[in-house]
Every structure is written in C-alpha cells, then in structure tokens.
Design a binder for this molecule. Structure first.
Ligand code: XMP
Length: 305
C-alpha cells in the first residue's frame, strides 16, 4: 500500500519540477483518478494548472454540478458545455469501438481548443497502473485522454499516479481532503454512459441509464460494491397499467474488485434487488424490465461495450 505521507510531497515535487514556469492542462472527468491528479497538481502549482471538464452529455446524474462545487476554489477551472456536439458525433454510430473512437476524437477537439486558448505546453494525466496494463494488452481501446499527446503536441506529460492502484488513489484523495463524494465515488469509464447503452447513443437511452444508475448507486450505498450501475440493453414487451408496452430492458450490474482487471458479480439479497426493480420501473415509464447481471469478469467485462 502506498505511504501517502511520502507519496504526496514527492508527487508534488515531481509536478513542480516537470512544469517549471509552463502552463499545464488536465482533463477532469469527475472520476476519482483525474480529480485526485488535479487536486495534487493544483496544490503543487496553483493556477499554472488549468483543469478542463468537458460536459459530454454522457455523464452521471449531478456530475457537472459536483465538479463545479468540488473545484470551486480553482480559479483556472474551465467547464466546456459540449453535450450537443457529442450527440451529433455519435448519431448513427452503433459499433462499440467506433463509438469509443468518435467520443475520443470529439474529446480531443474540445480539449485542444482550450489547450490552445490557455497556451498549455504540458499535460497532466490521472493515469493509474491498471490503465497502463490494460492499454498495453489492447484489451480495448482505452479512452481516458489517449491520443491527446500526439494531437496537441505537448512538451511533456506528467502522470504522478502511474504506479498506484485505485484504492491507493482513494487514500491520496482522502489525505488531500477531497470531498468524500469524489474520493469514494465508484469508477466511471471515460466514454461515460455511452458504453452503458447498447447500439446508437440517443438522449432517451442516456436519460434512462442516468436515472437508473442514480437509483442503483443510492440503493447499494450500504452494500458498498466496487462498481455498480445500470445499462440499457434493448427493448422487450411488458405491461404497464392496462397496456402492453415495448419498453427498455435495464440491466443492473454490481461487482466486487480491486482494480477492475477481474471482478465478481456481487451477491445481492432479493429484497434489495426488488427495491431497485420497483424504483426503476416506477420512476421510468419507458422501462418494462429490470435484470440483474450475475456474470463475473472474466468471462464478461464490467461495462457492456
Ligand atoms: P471493463 O469493462 O473493461 O472495465 O471490464 C474495467 C474498468 O475500466 C473502466 N473502463 C474504462 N475506463 N476508459 C476508462 O477510463 C474506458 O474506456 C473504460 N472502459 C472501461 C470500467 O468502468 C471498469 O471500472
């Protein structure tokens, strides 16, 4: 386990030395990794760091407001409203890898615009150890901000947490005094809700995934899984009131893991599962069915795409 008391000053010194007088930029996703890296770098260099949060429209409920609040002390914070541009870029795209690619490309465009505006020559990234392993194995085209260094042409990249595991990052976050909403938040993929709605990304599917995920997170707070969420799989027949409806099938996923590289489906009790089912179908008229995913990783992945 990392010794945070030595790690933090060392990481800050590394960031300071790497930046010198240059301006650095970091992509904030709202997740624990990028938030912790940003907090660490901001403590080290203040407004010389420009944290950029791109609202892709693929974020969890309350994520943008949370960022605004948590990082309100950072004068240099930039929030880019890009929801429409991401939806346009994703229109008609159904292949999972193409979806990731479209999101990655759009992200680079948004990020590059800000990097040029603030004349940033350095990039800080919240890359952690498992990211590097999965990318090397090309298990998937891993979208954090992969591709940024080649496209934006930075003079240097600083990855202060490159050797840490997720639970170690959380320790660092706690030590830095980051809000527990951030430090204890479940992992969230770079492409966001797009990998939790199968097929084409539409506003309607995103809304269902977002609202259902909020229910899952709320109901499972006590069960304390490593990661839990809802995904939109497709449509199935159901009965609502007196009518037969063709509604969404929502899958609930809750897993235990250390680093996301392997995972076990969590053994939830029946009452909890039923409460989740009844809240989701009650709250969302367009959902006709809720299923619980009992598959471990492997053979499944944690996300659906
Ligand atoms: P999978 O679905 O491959 O996910 O079992 C393992 C862990 O990684 C997260 N994940 C991603 N994180 N960019 C990320 O930053 C991505 O493209 C991405 N895909 C999956 C996933 O949420 C899980 O925690």
């Amino acid at each position: 386990m990392v010794d945070v008391e030595t790690f933090i000053p060392e990481a800050k010194a590394e960031i300071e030395a790497a930046l010198g007088d240059e301006t650095a930029i970091i992509a904030l996703s709202g997740g624990v990794d990028s938030s912790t890296a940003a907090a660490l770098a901001y403590e080290a260099v203040g407004d010389q760091l420009v944290p950029v949060y791109v609202d892709t429209g693929l974020m969890r409920k309350g994520e943008t407001e949370g960022i605004r609040e948590t990082f309100s002390h950072m004068d240099s914070l930039r929030i880019v409203e890009a929801q429409d541009r991401f939806l346009d870029a994703l229109a008609g795209v159904t292949d999972p890898e193409e979806k990731r690619h479209a999101i990655g490309e759009q992200f680079i465009r948004e990020f590059e615009t800000v990097a040029k505006e603030v004349d940033a020559s350095m990039l800080v990234q919240g890359t952690i150890y498992p990211d590097r392993i999965e990318s090397e194995g090309t298990i998937k085209s891993h979208h954090n901000v992969g591709g940024l260094p080649e496209v934006v042409d930075f003079d240097g990249i600083v990855e202060p947490m490159r050797d840490l595991y997720k639970d170690e990052v959380r320790e660092v976050a706690r030590e830095l005094g980051l809000d527990s909403v951030v430090s204890e938040r479940m992992p969230f993929p770079g492409p966001g809700l797009a990998v939790r709605v199968l097929g084409e990304v539409t506003e309607e599917k995103l809304r269902v995934a977002r609202e259902a995920t909020a229910v899952v997170e709320d109901e499972l707070e006590e069960a304390d899984p490593w990661q839990a969420f809802a995904a939109v799989l497709g449509k199935a027949t159901g009965v609502k009131g007196d009518n037969r409806v063709h509604g969404w099938i929502v899958a609930v996923r809750s897993v235990e893991s250390r680093d996301g590289m392997t995972a076990r489906a969590q053994a939830l009790d029946w009452e909890t599962l039923q409460r989740i089912q009844s809240r989701i179908t009650g709250q969302l008229d367009s959902v006709s069915r809720v299923v619980y995913d009992v598959t471990h990783k492997p053979p499944a992945t944690i996300e659906y795409e």
